[in-house]
Design a protein around this ligand. Structure first.
Ligand SMILES: [Zn+2]
Length: 163
């Protein structure tokens, strides 16, 4: 049995701003409107449920809120991008340019790029951790997370849950 929350229909997503090293338009700060879909696969309980879907939705919503309206920074190697902590924020040097970003607006992610593939992998692992208290590992086999960064550009990651 599979149970899904479809990001667009369920209102699960986040808006964020980022830039990518290199040339061209993506090297400038630009927004993305991400949607996050989640699918659990496993055997339903004797009450006919894989998980309480509203509790699942709450956890996904909270994860999305952490990223919403933030400037996302990946952990690029120093020859690509440097991030210097200053009193009230970060001085970011990338693509031959300097940005100063207030700390409150920035979310630094422990991922090597902000490609939708790396972002999806990170969100899937974060969700698996956050769902730990509500997933019955004897019955739930896997968690699939789909992240769409707009324009139909989507990555999908499936992680095992069962032990
Ligand atoms: Zn982008």
């Amino acid at each position: 049995m599979k149970l899904s929350l479809l990001g667009k229909e369920a209102g699960l997503g986040f808006q964020s701003v980022h830039l990518v090293p290199g040339r061209g338009m993506c090297s400038r700060l630009h927004p993305h409107f991400h949607t996050v879909s989640v699918t659990l696969e496993g055997e339903p309980s004797e009450r006919g449920m894989l998980v309480h879907i509203y509790r699942l939705k709450e956890v996904v919503q909270r994860l999305c809120l952490d990223l919403d309206h933030m400037v996302l920074l990946a952990d690029y190697p120093p020859e690509v991008m440097t991030v210097e902590e200053q009193d009230s924020g970060y001085r970011v040097h990338v693509n031959g340019k300097d940005y100063f970003l207030p700390r409150s607006d920035v979310l630094r992610l422990p991922i090597r790029t902000l490609n939708v593939e790396d972002l999806c992998q990170h969100l899937a692992e974060s969700l698996r951790d956050r769902l730990e208290p509500i997933l019955d590992k004897r019955r739930i086999v896997s968690l699939t997370v789909d992240v769409d960064e707009g324009d139909g550009q989507t990555a999908s990651v499936t992680l095992p849950i069962a032990r």
